[in-house]
Design a protein around this ligand. Sequence first.
Ligand code: IMP
Ligand code: MG
Length: 211
Amino acid sequence: MTGSKQRDSQGKPLKPSAAASATGPPGEPSGFVPLIAEKTIKEKVEELGRRISEDYRGMHLHLVSLLKGAWVFTADLARQLQLETSIDFMEVSSYAAATRSSGRIEIVQDLQASVRGLHVLVVEDICDTGLTLNRVCGELRRREPESLRVVSLLNKPDARVEPVGLDYVGFEIPDKFVVGYGLDYRQRYRNLPSISAITPHETDLPDGKGT
Ligand code: IMP
Ligand code: MG
């Protein structure tokens, strides 16, 4: 584009928007501590891809990606699978009331297609209390897939409230709030290529959960 001002397709200048700052937190999070580097994530996703491809060799695998947090992981993992795959998305919200795990987990956007008779692999960003995965897996089992397994990039075992069967785990991490690689704090930082631990702003504690 030529000229000093960037413009949208309607000719409006691109400038910082008031709406964007209005959705931001009352205070900034602090203490970004790098936890998992981009290269380390890449190697782990490749390893998970190899294991899953081996386990499902010759089969069709149906991925169920849990939005929004798992979008980056799903895109990278799917491209590591040496399998015939299909993919569907479900959006689940677990912390609408902004307290840690109200237990009321809502399907905000359901799958488009039936999973009946399919080998289903649920793709999740992080298993924290375990409530989301328990609810999602319970719901999916009622829909009679041929098999059901779960892959979670991150696992916080110290935060667990309900036991969950995780078939594939990328990294076990301490009970800290993390962002990046799809994970957010107040809908921000999902695009960071690495994963960092942050301290949520004190007005958000113990909240700050996303989906
Ligand atoms: P649950 O507590 O296991 O039900 O986790 C619910 C959801 O909360 C996860 O799928 C994540 O999207 C989100 N979540 C949990 N811990 C974190 C975190 O440390 N950072 C960002 N999102 C998180
Ligand atoms: Mg999630």
